[in-house]
Design a protein around this ligand. Structure first.
Ligand code: BG6
Length: 293
């Protein structure tokens, strides 16, 4: 546990030396390093480390909405709140019992939150680092309200890449997507693997539970496994939009790609007492290993 600009951060380590850092501000993972100490997540050099806004990079949590559905709070308020460390978390998730290094955080709505989103919930987030250095995020949202409510959600995952024009995503080709650059109009993808040559802002619908991001230059593949998260957002602001963002360097779009496990196309509805779980597992393999498979 460490203090950083007055905001508590939790450092997770595994015996091989891989690490992850989680901030109580937003429950945001702000760093994930492999055993060689290489940073695997992107954080902007222009990032502003001052609440309430989340930090440009890492993995902000988008809840109770992804995007801006007429509400001023783009991507929801969870990423801007101070979460508390949950000393008495519920039982271990069965798939997660091998992880020795983890932290549990809890978010409950404040009076102010209830004014803009009048639904009582408990949001439990577990961030774990496995013995292999995989990063696992488990979100559990429980309805503690008298009435049902619906929400959308995303793990806004900023991957660090060598050069965006050398990167491709496998697992999303042929899927329908909503294009956020065209008022979320629905399109059908027909190409091969997703590659990058201009701004992209899409919600791929009903994507497979495993999506791979291949970084040719680094000979590195991110494997994104998701459960309870049917959709996958792909975002890169490219040149023009980068210049318009105060907390993002003009050229940094080349070293960043957002691939977000999400539930957007069909919002999650919880009845009173019901709970939803969304699990994301990020791992890295060398590309030579991938091509042998
Ligand atoms: C992406 C959205 O995931 O997040 C984009 O699809 C948005 O539309 C981007 O511009 C960044 O959002 P924000 O609120 O963090 O600046």
């Amino acid at each position: 546990s460490k203090d950083w600009n007055g905001i508590e951060q939790i450092l997770l380590r595994n015996p091989q030396g891989a690490s992850a850092r989680v901030s109580v501000h937003g429950g945001q993972v702000v760093s994930w390093r492999n055993e060689r100490g290489e940073e695997l997540l992107f954080t902007s050099s222009k990032a502003i480390f001052k609440p309430p806004k989340d930090i440009r990079g890492g993995i902000p949590i988008c809840f109770p909405q992804f995007g801006n559905c007429g509400s001023p709070e783009q991507h929801g308020f969870a990423r801007n709140k101070i979460w508390v460390i949950d000393e008495n978390p519920p039982q271990l998730h069965p798939n997660d019992s091998h992880c020795k290094s983890f932290i549990d955080l809890l978010l409950k709505p404040s009076e102010e939150d209830l004014k803009c989103w009048p639904h009582s919930f408990e949001f439990r987030l577990r961030v774990s680092l496995s013995a292999d250095g995989d990063l696992i995020l488990i979100s559990r949202v429980r309805n503690v309200n008298g009435k049902p409510f619906s929400f959308s959600f995303a793990y806004h995952t900023h991957l660090s890449v060598s050069d965006i024009s050398e990167v491709r995503i496998e697992g999303l080709e042929t899927l329908d997507y909503l294009d956020s650059l065209c008022q979320r109009e629905r399109f059908t993808e027909q190409g091969d693997a997703v590659t990058f040559e201009s701004e992209i802002d899409r919600v791929y619908l009903n994507s497979p539970s495993i999506v791979a991001v291949l970084d040719h230059e680094k000979k590195r593949t991110f494997v994104i496994k998701k459960e309870g998260l049917p959709d996958c957002v792909v975002w890169n602001p490219w040149e023009k939009k980068s210049k318009s963002m105060a907390d993002f360097g003009d050229e940094e779009y080349k070293q960043m790609l957002c691939v977000n496990g999400a539930a957007i196309g069909r919002p999650i509805t919880l009845k009173p007492g019901e709970e939803w779980t969304g699990r994301l597992e990020l791992s890295v393999v060398s590309s030579s290993f991938c091509s042998e498979q």
